[in-house]
Design a protein. Structure first.
Length: 346
């Protein structure tokens, strides 16, 4: 089966100078893929020609006349730039011309446009951003939400847990993935009212055999691989993600300080690769009626290629169909949304 991925080539800090080399490299690794390159046509064709890929039959160009800048307000992306590369790439998923979309563009704009164009799955209030983290066991830890929803109520976190569980199961082939709720301790008395109320919902699902809820986990459990999925609100998740990226860059700079440190870095290269955030680029926007993947805005070609890989694998493993079916089965209906009385500021 040929899998088509639409790529917002103009998004991110670097645009076509990164997205197109990444696309070309990915096609060399994956013979079952076709890529739809979306953006300013003359710019894309010039970049393709520069890389001697203008006649590649598995690369096509889909023209868009506008670009969503990294600092554009959501309103501008959603209402004024209706022919942006971001919007056209997402439209390709909605229209069936692509199985998934990848963009390194403005996160808020990508979420808003994706939600507007594709809509959310039944009974999903808010889409969430889910990504992979490395752990000691050599298997990924899926974590969500990473910034889409700063203010949450218990039923939102409950929904994130269901979506994360379904995604992990589909992508990693694990039937009942374990779910941890991020907290400041593992004791039941610890945590905010939001966390405690969410835990009650997840325990009820565990008792009914719907979810495999492990219980509370702490920040260090993410990298121990204590659970397959870690759930938190978008504020905590985004802070955690940025802290991890900062630590990774700190290690990288530390090993460049002098000749001895460079030698040490060379000796530890194999182990340090596990901490390379570039290898984990590509976050899924879960809860939409279509597959959309977000790359880091500052991604280089190597990193962006990983985001394309994530989108390709999700389409290949029919993640969207599994998400739709299992979320419909597991997600509480509108008339039975418990624990929604806690307000978190909006």
């Amino acid at each position: 089966m040929t899998i088509k991925i639409s790529i917002d080539c103009m998004g991110g800090d670097h645009g076509p100078s990164v997205t197109i080399p990444a696309a070309i490299s990915f096609l060399k690794q994956e013979p079952e893929a076709e890529l739809v390159l979306v953006g300013i046509e003359e710019v894309l064709r010039a970049e393709l020609k520069k890389h001697h890929a203008d006649s590649n039959p598995r690369l096509s160009v889909l023209a868009a006349s506008e670009v969503v800048a990294m600092d554009d307000p959501v309103e501008v992306a959603l209402r004024r730039k209706k022919d942006s590369s971001m919007r056209v790439a997402i439209d390709a998923v909605k229209d069936g011309r692509a199985h998934a979309c990848v963009s390194a563009g403005n996160t808020g704009a990508l979420m808003a446009v994706s939600r507007y164009v594709l809509k959310t799955l039944a009974n999903v209030d808010r889409p969430a951003i889910c990504t992979m983290m490395p752990n000691e066991k050599g298997t990924p830890t899926y974590m969500l939400d990473l910034g889409a929803n700063v203010d949450c109520e218990p039923h939102h976190l409950h929904q994130f847990a269901i979506m994360g569980s379904v995604l992990f199961s589909a992508m990693e082939g694990v039937k009942r993935p374990t779910i941890g709720l991020l907290n400041v301790g593992t004791e039941e008395i610890k945590g905010t009212e939001l966390v405690k109320a969410t835990a009650s919902l997840l325990r009820a699902d565990h008792e009914r055999g719907l979810l495999n809820f492990y219980g509370y986990v702490e920040g260090n459990d993410i990298f121990k691989g204590t659970t397959n999925v870690v759930v938190c609100d978008g504020f905590v998740g985004n802070v955690t993600l940025k802290a991890v990226e900062g630590v990774a860059h700190f290690f990288k700079s530390a090993f460049k300080e002098n000749l001895l440190s460079m030698l040490g870095g060379l000796l530890a290269y194999g182990s340090l690769k596990k901490l390379n955030p570039k290898s984990y680029n590509g976050a899924s926007l879960l809860g939409l009626k279509g597959l959309v993947f977000k790359s880091h805005g500052g991604a280089d070609a190597f990193s962006f290629e990983w985001a394309i890989r994530r989108a390709f694998d999700a389409a290949k493993y029919n993640v969207q169909e599994q998400l739709s079916a299992l979320i419909a089965e597991l997600m509480p209906h509108d008339s039975e949304v418990p624990g929604s009385t806690i307000k978190q500021g909006g």
